[in-house]
Design a protein around this ligand. Sequence first.
Ligand code: GDP
Length: 575
Amino acid sequence: MDIAREVLNIVVVGHVDHGKSTVIGRLLYDTKSIPEGAIERVKRISKEKGKPFEYAYLLDAFEEEQKQGITIDTTRLQFRTDQRDYVIIDAPGHKEFLKNMISGAASAEAALLIIDANEGIQEQSKRHGYILSLLGIQKAYVLVNKMDLINYSEDGFNEIKQEMNEFLNSLHVYPLKYIPVSAFFGENLTSQSDKMPWYKGESLLKAIDLFEKEPGLEGRPLRFPIQDVYKFDNRRIIAGRIESGTLNVGDQILISPSKKTTRVKSIEYWAERDKTDSVSAGMSVGITVADEFFNQRGEFISYAHDEPLCSETFRANLFWMGKNSLLRNKEYKLKLATQEIECEVISITRVIDATTLETIEDAGQVNTNDVAEVIMRTKKKICFDEFKNNQNTGRFVVVDGYDVSGGGIVSGLVEAIQTVNKFAKSELQMVVNCFDEYYYVLSEDTVKKLQGRPHTFSVGDVIPVGGQTYAYPEDFNVLDLQAQLVAKVRKAKLHDIVKLSAYDYDSVPMIDPTGSFLRVASKGEYLTFANEVEALHGSEYTKLAVFANKWLDFSKYRRIQYLKNITLPELEYQI
Ligand code: GDP
C-alpha cells in the first residue's frame, strides 16, 4: 500500500445473508483488488461443486491466500480507487469487533450497513445500527441490497429507508446516504444502474469516495497531557506526549482542569539538531512555561478556544473483560491519558451481550464480555474528550485491583434532561426546531408537530439533514434572529456557529430555526432582509406575519405528511 495515499477504514455490517460478503467481493472485484487467478479458481471450485459462481466466495478464496501468507495481512481486506486506499475492517464476530474498536486495536471510520430489500429490516440490522451508535461511528451509508428481488421498486426502497432512518435517528445515527443496490447483479455498484432511473444519487464506489476523512491527529485541537514535571537547573520542565494538535513556542496555553493560562517559553531539546519551535501529535516533548505554577501529572495542556471537557461525571460505553463482574458503586481505578484516579460506576443504563448483541434487561452488573452504557464518576474532576472527536483522549481503561478489566470510550457529558434540540459551540447556543416532523392528523383535521429526540449537536457532529417530512441540502445556514447567531452546516455536519454580526453572506441556502427557507438569493437581497429585520424590533404579530410571508417559505424543504391518527405518544404540540 502506497504510504502517501489516504487510507480510509470501513466496516461492513448487516444481518446474516443480507449480502455483506457479496458486496465486499464485488468491491474487491470491481476495483481489481483480487489476487491473480482467484476468480478462475473460485469459478472452477464452484463448478466442481455444481454451484453457480458467487462473489461472496471470493472472500473465502482471499482468506485461503492469507492463510498461506501470500497477501499482506490476515485480518484486513484492501482495495483502492483512484482517490484513495480502503481497508475493510473485518468484523468476525461482534465481540471481537467491539473489543478491538474500544481498545483501539481496530478503528473503523465509516460503515456500510446492508439490508436485504426483500426481507427488510431484521433484529440484527437494528443491533448493528446500535453498534454504530455505541462506537460513535458517524459516517454511515445504508445499502438496500437485493433490489432485483423487489423489481427495483422505488416504493419498496423508500419504505425501508423511512423505517431504518426513524430507528437510526432515535440512536442519533444519521446515515449520510441510502443506496439501492443489487450486489449480485452489480447494479449501482460501479456505475449508476439503468434499472433504477428513479435513484438520482451516486453508485456505491462513487459514494464511498465521498466519505470525508477526518483530519489526522495533527490537525485536531491541541491535547498535551502532562506526564511529569521535572526540576532541572532550577527550571521546571513539563514532559509528555502530544496526543493531538500542534504546539509552538510563544503560544498562549490553558492548563486544565485547574484552568490556569500561561505561555510556552521553550521547547527543550537534547542535541542542537533537535532544536525546534513547533511540536505536534505523536511527539514526546519537554517544554517550559512562563509562569511557574504547580503543574502536575494528569493535567491537560490545550488552547483556551478549544479546551477539553472537564468533569467528574461522564457517559461512557464500556467493554468488560474482568474475571469479576463490574458492580455499581464499587471502587475501581480509571486510567485516561496520563490521569489515574479512583472511580465508580454510578449508573448502568443498558447492558448488551457482546456476542449476541441482545439487551440484558434490568442488569444490575456487567459480566465478562458484556458491553454497557454507563455513567462514571471519578473522585476528582478529570479532562477528556468525546471519543468521536479524539480517540486518544476519549478512551480509558478500568483497573480492578491489579487487573485491567475493562476498556471504555467517552460518549459525552451527563447533561441535564433536555427538551429541545440545540446547536452548540461553547457558549454560542441555538435552539433548533428544524428537525421536528409535521403531520396532518386526519382524525383530528389538524396539523401537529412531532418533536425530534432532544439532542445537542456540537461542531463536527453529523446532523439529520433528511427526516420523514423534511429534506435539507447538505450545505445550508440556520439563521437565528432571536439569538443573533448563524449556524453553518456543511456536508451534513455542524461546521461552525458565528454571531450574526460577523456573518458575511456566502450564497449558501438559509433556513430559520423552524426549517423555513429564507428567500434570499444574493448579497443585495440579504442586505435588504437584514435592514427589514432591524426595523422589525418590537413589532406586533401582524407586521411579523407580513415579514414572514415575504421572506420565509415553509414548504421549500418541508412537507406535511398525512397520518390517520396520532398513535405516536411523543406528539407534543398543536399548531
Ligand atoms: P452475508 O451473510 O451478509 O455475507 O451474505 P452473502 O453475501 O453471503 O449473501 C447471501 C446470499 O444472498 C448469497 O446466496 C448471495 O448470492 C445472495 N445475494 C447477495 N446479494 C444479492 C443480490 O443483490 N441479489 C440477490 N438476488 N441475491 C443476492
